[in-house]
Write a protein that binds this ligand. Sequence first.
Ligand code: SAH
Length: 213
Amino acid sequence: MDFNAFREKMVLRQLVDRGIKDQRVISAFLKVPRHLFVEEALRERAYGDYPLPIGMNQTISQPYMVALMCELLELKGNEKVLEIGTGSGYETAILAELAERVFSIERIDSLMQTSRSVLDSLKYNNVVTKVADGTYGWREESPFDGIVVTAASPKIPTRLLSQLAVNRHLVIPKGDAFSQMLYKITKTDKGFDTKDITGCVFVKLIGKDGWEN
Ligand code: SAH
């Protein structure tokens, strides 16, 4: 299986043709071996235009959605970012290519064990993870130069807004259990500026400021 060829085709057809422009995002997608973030039986489908199951009723997000969320953070390379919902660890790896340090929180321990071992084997030493309810954020490490939530929330967790640095962005899908809108919320010195980006479908964010389990 020529995974490099699959990966190049994914980047062209699914990302570039749909408007992803940030060259650093494109380079990260060309580099990170997405097939290693899914179980062996699913590897040949890893570069397809869809999410895939990763166990525990969770999914690795569609490549385009990961690219869009990462591009919206407008990272240059010297940032400290927070990801809520490590899942497979794929988006974590992309963020580790785009920022200086990545803090990532997952609520399901078994998913974290798998993603942590893949991230370690790929030598992503700039990633710090913990198993917790990510709707609380990671206060000791705040403020963050970007926060991305990779699960659907019924509301915007206020703690995440308070842990964001000024002029930086929180990217989060918000809506009901079946469909959501992806929002880019920018913290300004006067308050927050909210932009709708696109309709989307994510698994549920479960926790204090998310859905009940
Ligand atoms: N970016 C990941 C997305 C995984 S799906 C990937 O592409 O692989 C979303 C993940 O969010 C799931 O693993 C789910 O368990 C996790 N999650 C849901 N609620 C959470 C919470 N309150 N805190 C941390 N993680 C949460």
